[in-house]
Design a protein around this ligand. Structure first.
Ligand code: ARG
Length: 399
């Protein structure tokens, strides 16, 4: 694997010098230590190519612009948390989002690498109420319970409380860190025509930083290498805010649009979906935050494939992830098949950190029968936008 990667690097970057010399160096280091250390250029190249090889990602046209933050020396929880906040600020860039990856210490022969328990750096809490329903994002029920178990007092109790980071550094125990408000850019969702839309109180964060995947370059594993791009609107408007097991906003929106929700054939879900997606794109644009729509992104993806093929490279892609969740056949990516091969370097799935460390998660989320917010009365209060959202959607899931 090391050989294949070093050869690829030197083929695409002849200015890096003799591949044979570097191959001999790597072989010697491996026989001495059991692993080898990437040069800064190898790390930069490897991370970019890992993005280029992401079969589920439609946004790969700009793979060469990835900012690679080399933090391989960083392995204490404190410093990792600080670096994640810096990553967030650098990636957010006041709204002009820049794709970034921060690479932390690799796995070594007798030394586990640091991990972050959160699957994204910014996530909204999901609190299990005593009746089994969820306040907030049901996708985060488990991580929210884990944070509470570690002593996080809970947020203010809105449907959009930003979770703390849970970092397991070189120390023996994971620790939680609150993200500073100033580092978490968020966009309130409103509609260009419907004034009532803003009163749903929906919002989303500007930058998705995926922190649960492992970066693999030439046989070296980096279990903590959080990366971000910018959002495509449908991720928020057709999934996060719309899925019945997420924020489930469609019934509330449809009712306000005056649609007949008593049977599927009125296509109330479809009409509500379109308005929600218009609202997401409009709100991000108005807030000056980079976002793309699925039509543009689909075209860009086909441009990417053509460009890669001209460079003599194949592009692996997973149809079921590439095709957008709304208006699929109205986008060009729908009407073809793809090479499905997973090439390396790559970002790969890995077991969730908390389940690796069961001793730190003594109570399964389901047994958390408090309202989970650390306050009495849960979302309590009255009349605020958050209540409107909850009341309207009857956000009752079992997570
Ligand atoms: N789909 C995930 C979410 O909605 C984010 C995955 C990465 N997305 C991206 N545009 N880079 O939070």
């Amino acid at each position: 694997m090391a050989e294949e990667f070093v050869t690829l690097h030197h083929r695409e970057h002849p200015e890096a010098g003799s591949a044979d010399r570097r191959l001999a160096e790597v072989a010697a280091e491996i026989s001495r230590t059991g692993t080898y250390t990437h040069t800064a250029r190898e790390l930069d190249f490897g991370a970019k190519v890992a993005w280029r090889n992401s079969v589920r990602c439609i946004g790969r046209l700009y793979w060469q612009s990835l900012i690679v933050r080399d933090r391989r020396k960083v392995d204490s929880a404190d410093e990792i948390a600080q670096e994640l906040v810096r990553h967030l600020r650098q990636a957010t860039n006041g709204g002009r989002i820049r794709p970034c990856v921060t690479v932390f210490a690799p796995e070594l022969p007798r030394q586990p690498a640091p991990r972050v328990w959160n699957d994204q750096v910014v996530r909204y809490a999901g609190y299990t109420r005593s009746d089994g329903s969820v306040l907030g994002d049901p996708v985060s029920v488990e991580i929210t319970a884990a944070a509470r178990n570690l002593g996080w007092p809970g947020g203010p109790g809105t449907p959009f409380d930003v979770l703390p980071l849970i970092v397991h550094g070189r120390e023996d125990k994971p620790r939680w860190f609150e993200l500073p408000d100033s580092a978490v850019l968020q966009v309130p969702i409103e509609h260009p025509e419907y004034g009532w839309f803003a009163r749903l109180g929906a919002r989303w964060y500007a930058v998705p930083v995926v922190s649960g995947m492992r970066l693999e370059i030439g046989g070296v594993r980096y279990p903590l290498a959080p990366f971000n791009g910018w959002y495509m609107g449908t991720e928020i408007g057709a999934r996060n805010l719309a899925d019945t097991d997420r924020y489930n906003l469609l019934p509330g929106i449809a009712r306000r649009l005056g649609l007949d929700t008593s049977h599927d054939r009125s296509l109330w879900k479809d009409r509500a979906l379109v308005e929600l997606n218009i609202a997401v794109l409009h709100s991000f644009e108005k807030a000056g935050v980079t976002i793309s729509d699925h039509h543009t992104e689909s075209r860009h993806f086909l441009t990417h494939i053509a460009r890669e093929e001209r460079a003599g490279r194949g592009v692996g892609a997973d149809w079921s992830w590439i095709v957008p969740p709304v208006s699929s056949a109205a986008t060009p990516v729908f009407h073809r098949y793809y090479d499905t091969e997973q090439r390396y370097p790559a970002f790969v799935g890995q077991p969730k950190a908390p389940t690796d460390n069961a001793c730190f998660s003594p109570h399964p989320a389901r047994e958390d029968t408090t309202d989970g917010t650390g306050r009495t009365g849960g979302s309590g209060g009255s009349g605020g936008p958050d209540d409107a959202l909850l009341d309207d959607t009857g956000n009752t899931h079992d997570g």
